[in-house]
Design a protein around this ligand. Structure first.
Ligand code: GLA
Ligand code: ZN
Length: 669
C-alpha cells in the first residue's frame, strides 16, 4: 500500500509553526512557483499540540493543514514523537535515556526517548491517536509519517528488564541462552534471568560499543533495540489504524544505518521512505546502494525520498554546497533507483538553533531569485513534465546483492581477524563494480527469493543463517553465479563459529577450504598480478577442493596460492575472493561474472555515466542516463528512444549527448 498520486510528490519538511501567517502566505506563493505540491508537517509540533499532559491544542495545526488543502497541496503528516516537549521529561524522568556509560540523561535535544518507557509509549500513542482521529479524513492528508529517524540506544533499568523479557521469549530457557552466547567462556553461565545486564561500558564493553567480551550478548542487544524501537512504531501505527484504516503509514529511515536492522521493520511499513545525506566525497554509487537497499525493503516496490538537502547540510564540521546541477542529478538518481517522491529537508530555513544554516528551498531572506530556488523550481517543472511516467515502476534486475545487518554487526564487533574491515566498504566495492558495468542490482535480505536472479553477490556474508547456503547452491546449480568474499561463512546466527572448514556452509559451493588467514595493517598491500590488482586487510589462504585458481597472491610464504577462485557447480559457478581487492580488481572480477550472463550494460565503458532501467506498470521500459561528470557525455544511442524530459527522439545508432551532470529519462521503443 503506497500513497496514490498522479505525479511524483515534490516538496518536503515544512515547519510553519515557527512563523507568522504572513510568512506562511509568502511561502505558499513560492511553493506554487517551484511546483511544490507536498509538505511534511508536524515533525516538531508536539510541544504546541500538547502543552501539558491534559491539554491539547490543534488550532495551529488545523490552520496549517487547512491552508495546505486550500492551496491544493497534500500533506505527509508526522506524529512528531521524536521531539518531546520539556514537560514530559520533567514529569516522567524515566523517559530520558541512559547512555552507554550508564548516565541518565536529562531534558535536551531530540531522538532521546527510552523505547521501553511506558510513560513515553502512552504519551506518544496518545498524541498519535488524537492526530489520527482529527485528521484521518482531512482532504490534504496523503501519508502518515511516524516519529522521525528512529535510532539510538538506551541502557536504563526499564530497558534491562525489557531485554530480559525479549531474551526469555527468544530462548525460552537459560540453558539455550547460555549455549547461544557460549557463556561458559569466562565463566559467564547465567543461573537467573535477573543476572543479565545490557552490554555497555559498565558491563561487557571496553573502548566503546564495538568492543565486547561477548559478541552474542551485544548482537542480541542490537536486535532487541531494533525490536524495541519497532515496538514504538507499531504502537503508534496501531492507534492511527484505529481511526484511519486507509492512509499509508511510513517512518523515515536512514539508508545504510547500522544501528537498526531495517529488514526486521520492512513488513510493518506500508511503504519505505528514507533521508539521503551521503557522506562527503562519496561516489555516486554510495547513495545508489542506499536507494537500492531501501527499494529492497518492500520487495522492489518504490520508496519515498523523504529528505535530502537542496544545498548544504549543517551538522558537519564543513558543509560544502551542492554544485549547480548536483541537486537535479541526485533527485533523478533517486527516481532512477525507485523513488516515487522527491522531498527536501527543508522548505524554509529555521531562524535559530542548530539548523539555521541548513540548506532550504527558501532562505532567511525569503527570496525566489536565488540559484537554489531556481534549481528547485526547475526540478519542479520537470517533475510535472515527467508526470506519472515512472510512478510504480519496478527495476528489472537480474543481479542481487545480499545485505545483512547481522553480518554487518557480527563482523564489526568481532575481535579478530581485522578491525579495519568495514562491512559497507566491502559491500559497496562489489555493488559499485556491478553498477559501473551497467547491471541493475536488487539489494535484498538473506531471506529473499533468489530465483529471479542470474547473479547473486554475497560480499562479507559473515553470518550464514537458515537455509541460505542451500538456496545459494540452487542458484548455481541452475546455471547462476554466486560470489562471496573473505570473512564469509564464518558464524551461525548466534555468532558461534561453524565447526567446519571455512567458509562453513558455503564451502561446497565454493569448492575450497581455508585453514589460515593473515590480517595486515591497512597500508600493507599484496600484489594479485593476474588482475593487475592489490589485495589488502585480510589474506585468507585458500586450498582448492574442486575450484580452479583465477588469481594468486604475489608475495610472502603463501605466494602463488589462490586469492580468487572459481568453482563449477551444477550448471553455474561459485566465485570466492579471499582478500580485499582494490576497486580495479573487483571490477575485473565482476565484469567476468556479469559477462557470462550477458549483463554488461550498453554504456559500461563510459566513465561516470550511470544507467538505471525501470519497467513502468504499463510495461513501458525506461532507461535513466545520469552523467556524474562535469564534462559532456557523448554516447551513441543503443536503442531508439524518446527523452521524456525534452520530448526529443533519438534513433538507435545516432549520437546522444548529455550535458555536464546531465540527465535523460529515455522511454525505449
Ligand atoms: C534529519 C532530520 C531532519 C533534519 C535533517 C538535517 O534528516 O530528520 O529533522 O534534522 O536531518 O539534515
Ligand atoms: Zn531505557
Amino acid at each position: 500500500m503506497s500513497p496514490s498520486s498522479s505525479k511524483i510528490p515534490y516538496g518536503g519538511d515544512y515547519n510553519p509553526e515557527q512563523w507568522p501567517q504572513e510568512v506562511r502566505d509568502a511561502d505558499h506563493r513560492l511553493f506554487t512557483k517551484a511546483g511544490i505540491d507536498t509538505l511534511t508537517v508536524g515533525v516538531f509540533t508536539w510541544s504546541l499540540t500538547q502543552p501539558a499532559e491534559d491539554t491539547y491544542d490543534f488550532t495551529d495545526l488545523d490552520r496549517i493543514l487547512d491552508q495546505a488543502a486550500a492551496e491544493g497541496r497534500q500533506v505527509c503528516l508526522a506524529t512528531g514523537t521524536a521531539a518531546m516537549p520539556p514537560w514530559i521529561a520533567r514529569k516522567y524522568p524515566e523517559v530520558n535515556r541512559t547512555d552507554f556509560e550508564g548516565r541518565r540523561h536529562r531534558y535536551g535535544q531530540r531522538h532521546n526517548f527510552c523505547p521501553s518507557s511506558p510513560a513515553y509509549r502512552g504519551l506518544a500513542t496518545g498524541i498519535a491517536a488524537r492526530l489520527a482521529e482529527r485528521y484521518a479524513d482531512h482532504p490534504a492528508l496523503l501519508a502518515w509519517h511516524i516519529n522521525n529517524e528512529y535510532g539510538g540506544v538506551c541502557y536504563c533499568a526499564l530497558c534491562a528488564e525489557a531485554f530480559r523479557e525479549w531474551l526469555r521469549d527468544k530462548y525460552d530457557s537459560l540453558a539455550a541462552l547460555n549455549d547461544a552466547w557460549w557463556a561458559t567462556f569466562w565463566s559467564h553461565r547465567f543461573t537467573d534471568w535477573a543476572e543479565i545486564e545490557p552490554p555497555n561500558a559498565l558491563t561487557e564493553h571496553w573502548r566503546g560499543p564495538d568492543h565486547t567480551a561477548f559478541q552474542g550478548i551485544t548482537l542480541d542487544y542490537f536486535r532487541f533495540t531494533t525490536d524495541a524501537l519497532l515496538g514504538c512504531f507499531l504502537a503508534e501505527k496501531e492507534v492511527i489504524r484505529a481511526h484511519d484504516p486507509v492512509t499509508p503509514v511510513t517512518t523515515n529511515f536512514m539508508g545504510m544505518f547500522r544501528p537498526l536492522d531495517y529488514h526486521r521493520w520492512a513488513p510493518h511499513l506500508d511503504f519505505a521512505s528514507w533521508d539521503s545525506y551521503p557522506p562527503l566525497d562519496a561516489p555516486p554509487t554510495w547513495p545508489a546502494l542506499a536507494h537500492d537497499l531501501m527499494r529492497g525493503l518492500k520487495d522492489g516496490a518504490p520508496f519515498w525520498l523523504m529528505e535530502q538537502t537542496p544545498s548544504t547540510t549543517a551538522c558537519r564540521d564543513v558543509n560544502p554546497l551542492r554544485r549547480p546541477g548536483e541537486l537535479r542529478l541526485a533527485t533523478f538518481q533517486a527516481i532512477a533507483h525507485g523513488a516515487d517522491a522527491a522531498l527536501y529537508f527543508q522548505m524554509r530555513a529555521s531562524r535559530g538553533a542548530c539548523e539555521k544554516y541548513h540548506g532550504a528551498v527558501i532562505g532567511h531572506a525569503g527570496r525566489d531569485d536565488t540559484r537554489v530556488f531556481r534549481e528547485v523550481a526547475e526540478i519542479g517543472r520537470e517533475l510535472e513534465v515527467l508526470a506519472d511516467a515512472s510512478l510504480g515502476a519496478r527495476t528489472p534486475a537480474r543481479t542481487a546483492l545480499l545485505f545483512d545487518w547481522d553480518s554487518w554487526w557480527a563482523l564489526e564487533i568481532s575481535d579478530g581477524p581485522s578491525r579495519p574491515v568495514k562491512y559497507q566498504e566491502v559491500v559497496h566495492a562489489y555493488y559499485r563494480a556491478a553498477r559501473e558495468a551497467g547491471a541493475d542490482v536488487d539489494v535484498v535480505p538473506h531471506t529473499a527469493d533468489l530465483t529471479p536472479y542470474d547473479v547473486v553477490l554475497a560480499p562479507a556474508l559473515h553470518m550464514v543463517k537458515g537455509d541460505l547456503a542451500a538456496r545459494l547452491e540452487a542458484v548455481a546449480a541452475r546455471g547462476g553465479t554466486v560470489l562471496t568474499t573473505f570473512l564469509s561463512g564464518r558464524v551461525d546466527e548466534h555468532d558461534r563459529a561453524f565447526l567446519a572448514d571455512v567458509p562453513g556452509p558455503l564451502a561446497p559451493l565454493m569448492g575450497i577450504r581455508i585453514d589460515e588467514w593473515d590480517a595486515r595493517p591497512p597500508e600493507f598491500t599484496q600484489p594479485v598480478a593476474e588482475l593487475a590488482s592489490q589485495g589488502r586487510l585480510v589474506f585468507e589462504i585458500v586450498r582448492l577442493r574442486g575450484a580452479e585458481t583465477v588469481a594468486t597472491y604475489g608475495s610472502d610464504f603463501y605466494a602463488g596460492t589462490p586469492a580468487v577462485t572459481r568453482n563449477r557447480y551444477g550448471q553455474g559457478e561459485g566465485w570466492y575472493i579471499a582478500t580485499a581487492l582494490d576497486q580495479p580488481g573487483v571490477n575485473q572480477v565482476l565484469r567476468r561474472v556479469l559477462a557470462r550472463h550477458d549483463l554488461i550494460g550498453p554504456y559500461a565503458d563510459q566513465e561516470g555515466l550511470e544507467t538505471a532501467a525501470r519497467t513502468a506498470p504499463d510495461g513501458s521500459r525506461l532507461l535513466f542516463l545520469l552523467n556524474h561528470t562535469a564534462e559532456p557525455a557523448r554516447l551513441t544511442a543503443h536503442a531508439t528512444a524518446t527523452d521524456l524530459l525534452t520530448g526529443k527522439q533519438t534513433e538507435a545508432g545516432a549520437p546522444l549527448t548529455l550535458d555536464p551532470r546531465g540527465v535523460a529519462v529515455l522511454r525505449l521503443q
